[in-house]
Design a protein around this ligand. Structure first.
Ligand code: CEZ
Length: 798
């Protein structure tokens, strides 16, 4: 490992320079700490101790290793609970002379004397452990295009004596199906194959299911001395930390006939002092044995093919020449942004959270992150989404990404905000690319034969928002807006959302600006006037004295106000009032003070406070979530990111940076409380700081979140102040006091910009030179594709 980047980190965690990797050196200090790998068909979340959550696409998300009970089919859960029989990838090592065992990663044996390091690299997981005189390295990776996990274990005899050892690769497969499940060893494949039939009852499902990948395999290149495929026989009376099967010299080679399947392979080896032995395994789902045979011959016949599959993954995960690389005096922050933030943005835009019907708002905001990395991918996503608009102007609740995909779960609940995201994300797209030709693309509708240019589609989306307001000019909420579980504010058809009214205003202003830039002056004026009307309506009906209310219920009650004992203040209406420019300077000061007083916690800014402790039937199921989790008053990072962006829009760079650092903090002991490695921004940290102080700050461990695209936008447009114009870029950085010098390499419209921003004492106004020459218009730099530019920006120190 490289030298640690920062010594202020708690000793359990270390960052490695250049590689971007993060190491955890203790299996008990953050027991749920996890990382994730993905390709376009498969996602593998591994926690440091060996538990796994894996999903693959066929094309709907499915599992190939199951928990003992059939799980509800829904999004990957926050704060995942693990239990001994939870799916995992485990390797028992046995000293055949003494019978002693230990296991990697750490579960199930949890040997008290074993050393432990878990390293998350962007392309692989690695564990290092020493126990019983054996030094073991375990590695896992995926490779592009294959639905398969690649595991490699190397055991090195460091004891000084000759040793006889057995390695048992154990991948619990779990309860596959109540209709049909079995498992057996296959000589031809050199591994275990578990068979199942996905349960169904409707005859039409037979024809759909017969193409599913119902096999789960564990195959190896090693010489096998034994195997077991019955979970109960393997575990016996000993329990997973001391399986009965490991008390015999050789596994019983049992076949499972409707017993709960498992996959255990035994490999024996005599090791001379300092001799090491490497074994390779592949684990995953398949449709048939021919598919498994293809995988083994492609990757297990020759060790170099196995290594090449890792190189392919390393290359696929390398984002260094996309977007930007930053270098400031805040090394930990740079490290996170350059490696992990971009990776998480890429994950969202790449695989759409492993869904075939992403929620429209998620799909569009995830594509917003892609604008900065691969703008063509974002463009395609916008075209896909807009082509599914309804002729009424409404955007659907979810975007279908596959011909057989259907709107499921939350996408069957009518939400009212989807239209607003179009101009919001397009404004970022045009700033980044100036590709206004997108506006002229002729696109269809979901429910009509008509076709219209994108520009007309967006106007229709705005007009639809405009007519969905009540007599006061406030936007109806129906069964939810951005906040999914706020499902009972307006289900009777009257309730309105303050946030959505303000978001409508933001969308219309952003759209007006785009129209103005492309010469549609009259239309631009119309939408600008409509935005102002929204702002006036909110100010007239929903200002509570120190902040804005969150909405008005079906029964006409304002909520999210000082008179409420729970859910007094919500963050989103405040940030979006700032974004909508719906506030006076006095209101802004009041809002920021109220947020500081009621919502800021040591772990970030909560989404609402105090968290609800009982159901409010006029607000909805958000009030039933456990106080301080998810939308019920956690530090819901997506909402906190809106606030950060709003602060930058208002020139509040100092406070914006403080907020950013609460979300992406330096490594200090509070990390142990958060319980998460600094390799992604989680969906939330527990809030309800005053109500449940002891668990406040705990990470959801969930890496699905709209946050990252907004953090990227905040950094680029806000902190660095680099915003594209039709012909180039404006430069208006907002550096906090303690950052005096920053350097950014920015990949922008085919050019490479090497930008240095420095504060100069005594300087009166910003000066910019490009390749040594002062710029004509202050702050504006012209850019041509294919060129590279040295841009020096001097700003006053104040
Ligand atoms: O899902 C997210 C949605 O994917 O919640 C956000 C919303 O804007 C995103 O589009 C805020 O509500 O159904 C539930 O109760 C879930 O809690 C979801 O609301 C939530 C989860 O965080 C899953 O990511």
């Amino acid at each position: 490992m490289n030298s640690p980047l920062d010594t202020s980190a708690p000793e359990q965690i270390s960052l490695c320079d250049l590689t971007g990797s993060v190491a955890l050196n203790n299996p008990t200090s953050m027991p749920k700490a996890a990382g994730f790998l993905w390709n376009d068909k498969l996602l593998l979340q591994m926690n440091s101790r060996g538990f796994a959550v894996a999903q693959f696409m066929q094309p709907e998300p499915a599992k190939y290793a199951h928990a003992p009970v059939l799980e509800a089919k829904t999004f990957i859960q926050p704060e995942h609970h693990y239990f001994t029989h939870h799916p995992g990838r485990f390797f028992y090592i046995r000293d055949n002379k003494t019978g002693e065992i230990f296991s990697l990663p750490y579960e199930p044996v949890k040997h008290p004397e074993q050393t432990f390091t878990f390293i998350c690299h962007s392309d692989r997981f690695e564990w290092h452990s020493e126990c019983l005189g054996l030094n073991v390295t375990l590695r896992a990776h995926l490779t592009p295009g294959e639905v398969c996990e690649f595991w490699k274990i190397t055991v090195n005899n460091v004891s000084g004596d000759s040793r006889s050892i057995s390695v048992f690769a154990y991948c619990p497969v779990g309860y596959m199906s109540w209709m049909n499940q079995s498992a057996a060893f296959s000589d031809a494949l050199n591994g275990v194959v578990c068979h199942s039939i996905t349960p169904y009852q409707k005859v039409e499902d037979y024809f759909k299911n017969k193409h599913l990948n119902d096999l789960t395999y564990l195959v190896t290149d090693a010489d096998i001395t034994g195997w077991e495929t019955r979970q109960v026989a393997f575990e016996g009376e000993g329990g997973l930390h001391a399986p009965s099967a490991l008390t015999s010299a050789k596994l019983a080679n049992g076949a499972s006939h409707y017993d709960m399947p498992t996959a255990v392979l035994q490999c024996d080896k005599n090791l001379a002092p300092n001799e090491q032995h490497t074994l390779r395994f592949m684990f995953g789902p398949a449709q048939d044995e021919a598919e498994i045979a293809r995988l083994t011959s492609s990757y297990l016949a020759d060790a170099s093919d196995f290594e090449d599959s890792l190189i392919a993954n390393t290359n696929a995960m390398d984002l260094s020449v996309y977007g930007w690389q930053q270098s400031t005096s805040d090394h930990q922050f740079d490290h996170f942004v350059n490696h992990w933030l971009k990776r998480q943005m890429h994950y969202h835009g790449d695989v759409n959270r492993l869904s075939t019907d992403p929620q429209t708002r998620n799909y569009l905001q995830d594509a917003m992150g892609m604008i900065y990395l691969k703008p063509n991918v974002a463009r395609k996503a916008f075209i896909t989404a807009i082509s599914q608009q309804l002729i009424s102007g409404a955007m659907p609740d979810g975007i279908l990404l596959h011909e057989s995909a259907e709107l499921k779960y939350i996408n069957q609940v009518p939400h009212t905000d989807h239209n607003i995201w179009l101009p919001v994300v397009l404004s970022a797209y045009f700033s980044e690319t100036a590709d206004y030709s997108l506006l002229d693309e002729q696109l269809p509708y979901q429910d009509s034969d008509a076709c219209a240019p994108v520009k007309a589609h967006i106007c229709q989306a705005m007009d639809y928002l405009w007519q969905a307001r009540d007599e006061r000019g406030l936007h109806y909420i129906n069964q939810g807006d951005w906040c999914d579980p706020m499902n009972m504010v307006g289900y009777k058809g009257k309730g309105v959302s303050v946030w959505l009214t303000l978001a409508t205003s933001v969308a219309m202003s952003m759209w007006a600006e785009i129209l103005e830039r492309t010469g549609s002056i009259t239309l631009a004026k119309q939408y600008k006037t409509q935005a102002d009307c929204c702002n006036q309506a909110v100010n007239k009906h929903c200002w509570d004295g120190d902040w804005f209310a969150r909405g008005i219920t079906d029964d006409g009650n304002l909520f999210g106000i000082s008179a409420d004992s729970e859910g007094k203040i919500f963050l989103n209406p405040q940030s979006w009032a700032m974004l909508a420019n719906a506030i006076s300077p006095e209101q802004k000061a009041k809002i920021m003070a109220a947020i500081n007083e009621h919502l800021v916690t040591p772990f970030g800014t909560a989404m609402l406070a105090p968290a609800f402790t009982k159901m409010r039937e006029d607000i909805g199921r958000v009030t039933q979530k456990f106080p301080g989790t998810a939308e019920n008053g956690s530090v819901y990072n997506h909402a906190a990111a809106f606030y950060i962006y709003a602060l930058y829009q208002h020139g509040e760079g100092e406070e914006a940076y403080r907020q950013l650092k609460m979300m992406i903090p330096d490594l200090d002991d509070a990390y142990l409380k958060r319980g998460q490695l600094p390799i992604f921004i989680p969906n939330y940290f527990r809030g309800a700081f005053h109500q449940y102080t002891e668990v406040a700050g705990r990470s959801s461990q969930l890496f699905n979140t709209g946050t990252c695209a907004w953090i990227a936008r905040s950094l680029l447009e806000g902190l660095f102040g680099l915003k594209g114009t039709t012909s180039g870029l404006t430069i208006s950085p907002q550096l906090p006091k303690h950052l005096t010098n920053i350097a950014i390499v920015r990949y922008f419209r085919g050019a490479i910009l090497n930008i240095k921003i420095r504060k100069v004492a005594g300087l009166e106004k910003k000066t910019i030179t490009v390749n040594g020459q002062p710029t004509g218009t202050p702050g504006l730099v012209m850019i041509e594709s294919g060129n590279s530019y040295e841009i020096d920006v001097a700003i006053p120190e104040a």
